[in-house]
Each structure stands twice: as structure tokens, then as C-alpha cells.
Design a protein around this ligand. Structure first.
Ligand SMILES: Nc1ncnc2c1ncn2[C@@H]1O[C@H](COP(=O)(O)OP(=O)(O)OP(=O)(O)O)[C@@H](O)[C@H]1O
Ligand SMILES: [Mg+2]
Length: 347
């Protein structure tokens, strides 16, 4: 046996770019993780070859789960996420699931329209039921009935599914927060979504999670299953103000659950080229990232302009192509290139 061919948990974590806790997690969760070659006092050691092979296979089969977060409301999170989901499906032929965790139900309405949403909401086929179940120890959530397959008003978007939200999530969010923590010891309030989505996550290439503008328990449920997150922001003082807090708190949360949740980057939205504030803050965000990429996430090159046609895209209005939906003038191409950039950092 050549000693150079052996690696411990720490080395594996380094090779994979994750925390040692994440590697320990893989070992307990994946029965096909290579068995240790030896158990030393300091911990198990593994043959490097099989570990590398396993990591490669894992990357290839992996579903990429991306959350969309900003503590500031109205910065264009839902609009950007729906556009990215539709482009992933239409242009890149990816299988995509959008999970709408926001009680405002914006992404849901954009993708299925208000009428269909009311129908589902009346029948309790929304995410609110899942969280109510966790609170009341009932079992009313029906994944098959709740998951909406082949959503979007755009004909060419054929592989996009949705887990719809409900206004009732507001009440649930409040109750989850006041839940005595002991009650959930085997049934954690941040693990509700994870347990429910596990059976279907691997059906998808990408899962996009639209989070409400806070870091409450519902958002943490989304982060719990995310590989990383993007931060859409208007480049102004108030919208970018909370970004350092997001980075810090998500990183702490990831550490607590033994996972890595990458800040993939900042998506500049509602950009107004003629605004000196927008120009200045965009430059500042880019400069910060260049100076210290460990503290400041990178800024995606493609920025979403402020445009009526983008605001109008929120309407559930049947069209045949995404180019039609975003009207012309290069807006479709911006979303397309932005999606490409996100795929690159997230894969
Ligand atoms: N690029 C854009 N140009 C013009 N209007 C936009 C653009 N992006 C979003 N909007 C509009 O701005 C409003 C807020 O957008 P959106 O709902 O996507 O933001 P959000 O960050 O998800 O909000 P919330 O925090 O409430 O969930 C909507 O009316 C939307 O149509
Ligand atoms: Mg939103």
C-alpha cells in the first residue's frame, strides 16, 4: 500500500471543496461512498482512487439547487428566478423545478396564473399544507397533486415544474418560529422541505427556490437543500445594505448543518444605465468582489435592465416563445447569458 494513495476526511473535503462535516454527511447518507481502507485513531482513511471516482460520479448526477435571496423586498428576485427557470428549460433543455417558498406567491402566479392557483389553494395543494402538517402532526400534503408539471404560459418552455405557494404560509411561518424546539427533536422545523422533496429532487437538473425577503424558518428550509444562492439586487444603497448579513448568516447556518452553501453571486436587477447611483454602486460591488472574494460575492456580468417589458412579463399571458415574452431589444439575450453564467458557477 502506498501512503500517498490514502486520504482522510480533511483531505477529501479539500479535494471536493466542501467542509469535513459535509464529507462525514456523505458517508452516512450515501451507502455507495467508498469504505475506509483503515480506521486510525485519528479517523478513517480511504483509497484516493475510489474516492475521486465517487466524487466525479456525484458531480455528474447531481441536481443543482439554487435559492434566490435578498432581505430587501421588491428587488426583482421572483422575476429573475422565473426567467432563469424558463431559460434553463427552453434554451438549455434542462429539467427544472421551481419551489415557491414566498407567501406572496409571486412566482406561482407568474407560472400558472391566478385562476389555477386559486383552485389549488382551495384544495390545499400548496406548500402551506406541508408546513401545517409539520405543525399539527397531520398528513394532508399530497406531493403528486401539489407538484404542477409543465408550467409556464410560454409554449416552448416544456420541462418546468412548480411546487406552488400560498398566502397561508404567513401564519405557518409565525407559528414555526414560536414552536418549542424540543418538540421537533427528531423532526426539525428546518428539515420539513428537505424530507418532503427528497423523493423528487433527483428528477431535476436544476431546482430553483424563491425565498421570501427574510431569513426566517421558511427560508432556512429552502437553504437547507440548496447548494448555493444568488442575490438579486437593485444597485442602490438600501437594496445592497443587507448583503454582508446574508453572507454571514447563511455561512453560519451552513456550518451548523454541516453543509456548504455557496454565495454564487449578485445579480444586478432593475438597472438604470442613466442613474449615477446605480453606476456607482455597481462599480463598488464589483470592486469589493475583486478585492476580497471570500467576503464579497462576485457580480454576474449580465445585468437585468429596468424595463416595462420585464415588469409586464409577470402577467400570465400565453405566448409561444420566450423571445416574444421578453419582447426584443436584447432582453432575452441578457437573461440567456445570465443563465449561462449561473450554470457555470453552480455546476
Ligand atoms: N427588470 C425589471 N424592470 C422593471 N420592473 C421589474 C423588473 N424586475 C421586476 N420588476 C417589477 O418589480 C416588482 C418587484 O419584482 P419581484 O416581484 O420580482 O421582486 P421580489 O424581489 O421578488 O419581491 P418580493 O421581495 O416582494 O418577493 C414587480 O412589480 C415586477 O414586475
Ligand atoms: Mg418575490
Amino acid at each position: 500500500m502506498n501512503i500517498d494513495d490514502l486520504v482522510g476526511i480533511y483531505e477529501i473535503a479539500e479535494i471536493a471543496g466542501v467542509t469535513p462535516a459535509a464529507v462525514a454527511n456523505w458517508r452516512s447518507r450515501h451507502p455507495d461512498f467508498p469504505p475506509p481502507a483503515l480506521e486510525l485513531k485519528s479517523g478513517p482513511v480511504f483509497y484516493l482512487g475510489p474516492v475521486k471516482k465517487w466524487l466525479k460520479k456525484r458531480r455528474k448526477n447531481m441536481t443543482t439547487v439554487i435559492a434566490t435571496i435578498n432581505l430587501k423586498g421588491g428587488v426583482g428576485k421572483s422575476t429573475a428566478m422565473v426567467a432563469i427557470g424558463e431559460i434553463l428549460s427552453e434554451a438549455f433543455r434542462k429539467r427544472v423545478l421551481i419551489i415557491d417558498l414566498d407567501p406572496q406567491t409571486n412566482a406561482t402566479i407568474m407560472l400558472i396564473g391566478e385562476e389555477k392557483w386559486r383552485e389549488l389553494n382551495d384544495k390545499k395543494h400548496t406548500l402551506a399544507t406541508l408546513f401545517e402538517d409539520a405543525l399539527k402532526e397531520t398528513q394532508n400534503f399530497d406531493l403528486d397533486q401539489t407538484r404542477q408539471k409543465g408550467v409556464s404560459a410560454v409554449d416552448d418552455v416544456r420541462t418546468l415544474d412548480l411546487i406552488p405557494s400560498s398566502l397561508d404560509l404567513i401564519d405557518v411561518q409565525d407559528n414555526l418560529a414560536s414552536m418549542p424546539s424540543g418538540r421537533f427533536h427528531s423532526n426539525s422545523p428546518i428539515d420539513v422541505l428537505n424530507r418532503a422533496m427528497k423523493p423528487i429532487i433527483e428528477e431535476y437538473d436544476y431546482v430553483l427556490i424563491d425565498c421570501p425577503p427574510n431569513l426566517g424558518l421558511i427560508t432556512l428550509n429552502g437553504l437547507r437543500i440548496s447548494n448555493g444562492y444568488i442575490i438579486p439586487t437593485i444597485p442602490d444603497v438600501l437594496s445592497t445594505y443587507g448583503i454582508p448579513q446574508i453572507i454571514e448568516r447563511v455561512s453560519k447556518f451552513a456550518g451548523n448543518i454541516g453543509e456548504t452553501i455557496y454565495p454564487y453571486g449578485i445579480v444586478i436587477s432593475k438597472f438604470q444605465a442613466n442613474s449615477s447611483v446605480h453606476q456607482r454602486i455597481r462599480k463598488q460591488l464589483c470592486a469589493d468582489a475583486d478585492k476580497d472574494s471570500t467576503k464579497h460575492p462576485m457580480v454576474f456580468k449580465n445585468q437585468i435592465p429596468q424595463a416595462d417589458a420585464i415588469a409586464a412579463s409577470a402577467e400570465y399571458d400565453p405566448t409561444s416563445t420566450l423571445r416574444q415574452k421578453y419582447s426584443y431589444q436584447g432582453r432575452y439575450d441578457i437573461f440567456h447569458s445570465l443563465t449561462e453564467e449561473i450554470m457555470e458557477v453552480a455546476d
